[in-house]
Design a protein around this ligand. Structure first.
Ligand SMILES: [Cu+2]
Length: 157
């Protein structure tokens, strides 16, 4: 797949997430910044690129800027956004994502997301993989993201 095809692929399933129940992970507000409902998108077999989504909740009184992400399962992880260019939606890396004080920002299909390149193993549905997020102004955050299959869900419709 080209980046455009993957971008389109991720977008095509965006609407499905709207009908799914929202699963909220345990939150600890005493932490500076927390992750709610973090997951990795399962891709068709043979793909070594995928995306990860989550909501970042900033409980501090200062700005947290997500500047870097990484995971042992991927050779490279980038922070991406979706933008309109020449009437087409496409994605590209961004320098960072600001999470304002006492606010939450969602990384979701069709919007901001983490892009995982060079997957070192086949991602299995429901498996958990560690993702590390580095922030400017807030402590580093490590969390487990669950692999979720969207293709399976489409069969229920
Ligand atoms: Cu992307």
């Amino acid at each position: 797949m080209t980046i455009q095809q993957i971008s389109k692929y991720l977008l095509s399933s965006a609407a499905l997430f709207l009908t799914n129940p929202v699963i909220t992970a345990e939150q600890d507000d005493s932490l500076a910044i927390t992750v709610i409902d973090g997951y990795i998108r399962e891709m068709p077999p043979g793909q070594d690129i995928t995306a990860a989504f989550m909501t970042l909740k900033n409980s501090t009184l200062g700005l947290c800027r997500l500047t870097m992400a990484s995971s042992v399962i991927a050779e490279k992880t980038e922070i991406h956004g979706h933008f309109y260019k020449d009437g087409m939606m496409s994605m590209r890396p961004v320098d960072g994502i600001d999470i304002p004080p006492k606010k939450s920002v969602s990384l979701k299909p069709g919007g901001y997301h983490l892009m995982l390149f060079g997957l070192k193993e086949e991602l299995k549905n429901n498996a958990q993989h560690e993702i590390i997020l580095n922030f400017l102004g807030c402590p580093t955050l490590t969390f487990n993201a669950e692999v979720r299959s969207v293709l399976q869900n489409t069969h229920h419709h």
